[in-house]
Structures are given as structure tokens and as C-alpha cells.
Design a protein around this ligand. Structure first.
Ligand code: SAM
Length: 219
């Protein structure tokens, strides 16, 4: 597994893998953090493993790291990266190439570039973003081509550096891992299409209301 936008000293993904890694049979989880020298606050250190220390000082210096966590031994090793941990950097892409699945909450502002990188390297992924990305001009073709779909749940609460939670209504999982609802047939209901308005500038009709019939409709 690779969490390529994650500092394990404060990422909840790390917490998840320390709890479930063995049960899920995960061999290694790799983490790289991004140190752009802008972090002024001290992150909450969520974990008490000896070899994990808060990296806020390193971030200020622009020093990023690569951690490898092995669930079977509950040990983490850490080495300094040459660059700042940008997911698109040569050294992070080298880690990406070796991993099977990427799981993270990438920066939403560069989500399209992030996803394009995963697709270019033919990775499986489970990543968080805004649900309005689905209609984005770069993202929708991936849905059409069966390269991306929604995960099972929405992500509602995010733990903030000060310990409080930010609550959102528009964040979801994007994935290309198999999900059971994709095996259910979509029940199509014959409609009189003339009842729907046609767009002037696009060959499509506007359907404002529909009835939820499948798991994904109810999502
Ligand atoms: C929305 S936060 C999520 C943090 C973490 N994944 C988590 O769930 O707790 C996005 C993270 O992406 C990092 N980031 C921003 N630009 C990046 C880049 N070019 N390469 C790698 N990480 C980046 C930021 O430092 C930030 O920690």
C-alpha cells in the first residue's frame, strides 16, 4: 500500500493500518509526506510509536521522509527523501511503481493530476475527493471508460490539527477496486423521453428527478 500524501505521525490512514494491517494481510504500507516549508502549526501527534516524531520542524526545513510500516512486526522504518515529497517527483514515483494500491486523501486542488498519475502507472486506488469531481471534464471520461467509480461510503468528518472535526457533506471515495454494487444490474425504466427538455448546446436531455433503484443511486 502507498499513502503518498501522508505523514504517518498524524495521518489517520496510518492509525487504520496499525489496527487492521495484519488482519487485512497487508505486507507493507509506504508513506511519503510533503514538506513545502509552509506548515506553521504543530500537527497533533496521534501515535506513540517510538520511531515516529512530529515532523513540523522538518517541514519548515523542507525535509520530507519515506516511512515503511510492516504490520506483521508493527515496526516502522524512516529515511529522508532527497526532495520535498511531491507525489509526482521521481523518487515518489519510484515508490508508486512498486506498490499495488494507493490510499490517501490527496490535495483537492490538484486531484486531477494526482489521479492521472495513478492511472498512468496502472495503480489500484482508494482516494478521497469532492463528489462534484464526477462531472469534471477530465474525470467523467474515466467513469465512462470503467476506470473510476465510487466507493461505499461518504467521508463526513475530518480531524483537524487543533483536535476539532470539520464536517463536510460533499466528500466521497473514488476507487477502481471492485465494489459489490457494480455487480448488481441497473434496473432501467422505460420513459417517454419527449417529456424531458433537451439542451440547446449538447445532445442530451435534462432529467431532474429519478427514483433510486440501486445501491449507487441510494449513495
Ligand atoms: C487534504 S490533506 C490530507 C492529509 C492526509 N492524507 C490525511 O488524510 O490526513 C492533503 C495533503 O497533501 C499534501 N500535499 C499537498 N501537495 C502535495 C504534493 N504535491 N505531493 C504530495 N503531497 C501533497 C499536503 O501536505 C496535505 O498533507
Amino acid at each position: 500500500m502507498y499513502c503518498n500524501c501522508d505523514d504517518p505521525t498524524w495521518s489517520n490512514f496510518f492509525k487504520f493500518f496499525t489496527k487492521w494491517g495484519v488482519k487485512l494481510g497487508i505486507r507493507e504500507v509506504h508513506f511519503t509526506n510533503y514538506a513545502n516549508g509552509k506548515r506553521e502549526f504543530k500537527q497533533l501527534t496521534l501515535f506513540d510509536l517510538d520511531d515516529l516524531v512530529d515532523s513540523a520542524e522538518d517541514d519548515k526545513k523542507g525535509t520530507a521522509h519515506h516511512w515503511i510500516y510492516t504490520p506483521a512486526t508493527n515496526k516502522t522504518i524512516k529515511r529522508e527523501l532527497k526532495g520535498n515529497g511531491d507525489f509526482a517527483s521521481e523518487e515518489c514515483v519510484a515508490i508508486l511503481e512498486k506498490c499495488d494500491i494507493v490510499i490517501t486523501n490527496p490535495p483537492f486542488s490538484i486531484f486531477n493530476d494526482f489521479l492521472a498519475l495513478l492511472i498512468k502507472h496502472k495503480k489500484q486506488y482508494l482516494i478521497i475527493s469532492d463528489d462534484n469531481k464526477l462531472s469534471n471534464v477530465d474525470i467523467f471520461p474515466l467513469v465512462k471508460d470503467n476506470k473510476l467509480w465510487l466507493g461505499y461510503t461518504r467521508v463526513k468528518k475530518f480531524l483537524q490539527p487543533d483536535g476539532s472535526y470539520a464536517v463536510f457533506g460533499n466528500k466521497c471515495w473514488y476507487t477502481n477496486l471492485q465494489v459489490s454494487y457494480r455487480k448488481q444490474p441497473i434496473i432501467l425504466h422505460p420513459q417517454d423521453l419527449s417529456q424531458f427538455k433537451k439542451y440547446d448546446n449538447f445532445d442530451a436531455i435534462e432529467i431532474l428527478k429519478r427514483t433510486a433503484t440501486t445501491a449507487v443511486d441510494k449513495f
